[in-house]
Design a protein around this ligand. Structure first.
Ligand SMILES: [Zn+2]
Length: 285
């Protein structure tokens, strides 16, 4: 996992998630919540066609990679728009762009599902009662989540991030947290696997829970990560033992640059090692 940035360029941003349309979708969620208060057997009528409109932009932001396992999924699959905070609990975030992350189906559907571990109380939902008036809901609509393109139109982004900090889920949001502060890697040259592990004891609760939540140590990832790290270690070793400016040194530096490009799978792992020594590669694998 690596730190991700939202691309809020208005030219390419999906317009549904901003302006009057965002307000209309919030009002609809609030009205449905009032119906649920009146009739508890009712449910929110979430429309997947809406969050699918975010997929193209989300995939451009991660350059085709899953936000969690960092594998390029677009070569072989459509992938999912994952709700970081599940809509089944955080109903008011169902159409919130800042609650979305592009995810492979395994991280989202096989592992995370609708789980979301938190250490204590969940965020407070917007207050909606069975007798809340239309005018009250109208005043609330538009202000329960941020507007991605104009911070003055909705709930301030700073308040949204403060919610995340205060709730402090046992899971990483790669757009709000820096995975480099939470994860390290442990390689085994005998079984040829790399495990993702907590960076230190202070963050181990969040890191271990997040690893478990998305299945980040599943066998296929451990093996694929080993192959990636082996290449990185080999190239680092050549860079470090060859004479600066020599042909092998320049070729190895170029290879390292390629490995560290934004579209590289497991870039978060390489970034972890960029400030640390790596073991030399074994002679025989
Ligand atoms: Zn994934």
């Amino acid at each position: 996992m690596r730190r991700l940035n939202r691309n809020l360029d208005s030219a390419s941003f999906p317009p549904s998630f901003t302006g009057p349309n965002r307000l209309a979708w919030e009002l609809e969620l609030l009205q449905q919540q009032r119906e649920i208060r009146r009739q508890p057997t009712e449910k929110h009528k979430f429309q997947a066609s809406r969050w699918k409109q975010a997929k193209g932009q989300l995939i451009r932001e991660t350059i085709n990679k899953c936000a969690y396992c960092e594998v390029n999924f677009t070569t072989v699959a459509y992938g999912d728009v994952e709700h970081y905070r599940p809509k089944s609990i955080y109903w008011w975030l169902a159409y919130t762009y800042f609650n979305y992350a592009p995810s492979c189906q395994l991280c989202n559907q096989k592992f995370k599902k609708a789980n979301f571990p938190i250490p204590s109380a969940a965020l407070q939902a917007p207050l909606v009662r069975k007798n809340s008036s239309d005018s009250y809901l109208n005043r609330l609509a538009g202000f329960i989540t941020p507007d991605p393109l104009d911070d003055t139109l909705g709930r301030p982004f700073a308040a949204f991030t403060a919610d995340h900090t205060n709730e402090r889920p046992l899971s990483i949001d790669p757009y709000l947290d820096d995975p480099l502060d939470y994860f390290a890697y442990d390689h085994d040259d005998n079984v040829k696997e790399v495990w993702i592990i907590p960076l230190n004891n202070t963050v181990s609760g969040i890191a271990l829970s997040c690893i478990d939540l998305y299945g980040l140590n599943r066998k296929d990832l451990r093996t694929k990560r080993y192959q990636a790290l082996f290449n990185y270690r080999a190239v680092r070793e050549i860079v470090e033992i060859t004479t600066p400016g020599s042909r092998p040194n320049r070729a190895a530096r170029a290879s390292l640059q390629l490995l560290l490009m934004d579209n590289a799978e497991f870039l978060g792992m390489y970034q972890h090692y960029e400030t640390r020594p790596v073991d030399p590669v074994p002679d025989i694998i």
